[in-house]
Design a protein around this ligand. Structure first.
Ligand SMILES: C[S@@+](CC[C@H](N)C(=O)[O-])C[C@H]1O[C@@H](n2cnc3c(N)ncnc32)[C@H](O)[C@@H]1O
Length: 235
């Protein structure tokens, strides 16, 4: 991993001539992403993220924290005990520079012997799971990190709206993928390109069914304006 996503975050944080990230997926053409978005203030966050932050309580784990904007808000404004983890070394360096006290480089799938009251996965939190077939192990790992009355706050989008309807009102969905929300994601930054990564968008029903199958309750907390939603999973 070249850690280009983290490099863009750290360049922005340290004012080292940051540039926009270029993103491309199997179902969308190349698009620019302004890195400043990852440094969003509470007032600039989408409503579903604001709602997630308002529900956070107790000991919090922010998985895939990126530049750490949610962690920073919960630590400084809500005065919660927050641990921020990300696989990106550069992103965690930026989080530490921003003042997040417990920020560390770690793949959350390797966390053991720690429990939390709130686990946050935001900005398409199901993305990290990668593929639908990995959903059971993803949910089991999240469950193992929860205190008995803990909650997982996770957002995603149902991508069905991106596929064309035929004359009968049916949807044309590419059959190459097992599930229409499974994408391959490519990031480029300052002339370099990262290896593609699997990124999963999940409709709420599929998430709810998988949650039940893995011993978790699921609640649809709120829906956003772009087919996105916030779900709350608990034991
Ligand atoms: C779309 S970004 C979201 C950043 C942040 N949550 C936000 O809302 O601005 C996803 C982040 O998840 C991190 N990530 C991916 N897989 C991970 C894993 N297995 N464990 C921890 N972090 C991971 C990536 O490095 C990236 O920073």
């Amino acid at each position: 991993m070249k850690d280009l996503f983290g490099k863009a975050i750290l360049d922005y944080q340290t004012n080292n001539q940051p540039e926009n990230l270029l993103t491309e997926t199997t179902i969308s053409e190349e698009d620019e992403m302004d890195v400043s978005y990852l440094f969003r203030k509470y007032s600039d966050m989408p409503q579903i993220e604001q709602r997630a932050l308002s529900l956070a309580r107790g000991k919090v784990l922010d998985i895939g924290c990126g530049a750490g904007s949610h962690s920073l808000y919960l630590q400084n404004e809500a005065k919660l005990d927050v641990t921020a983890v990300d696989i990106s070394t550069n992103a965690i360096t930026a989080c530490t520079l921003r003042g997040i006290q417990k920020a560390r480089v770690q793949d959350f799938m390797t966390i053991k012997d720690e429990k939390f009251d709130t686990i946050l996965l935001l900005m398409n939190g199901t993305g990290i799971c990668g593929q639908l077939k990995k959903l059971p192990q993803f949910l089991q790992q999240l469950k193992s990190l929860l205190n008995p009355d803990g909650q997982i706050l996770i957002d995603s989008s149902d991508l069905i709206y991106m596929f064309d309807e035929d004359e009968d009102g049916g949807k044309w969905i590419p059959s190459k993928n097992e599930y229409y929300g499974e994408l391959s994601f490519k990031i480029s930054y300052k002339g370099e390109t990262e290896e593609s990564l699997d990124w999963l968008y999940l409709d709420y029903n599929t998430l709810q069914n998988a949650a039940f199958d893995n011993g978790l309750k699921s609640e649809l907390v709120t829906e956003g304006e772009n087919y996105d939603y916030l779900a709350k999973l608990s034991i």
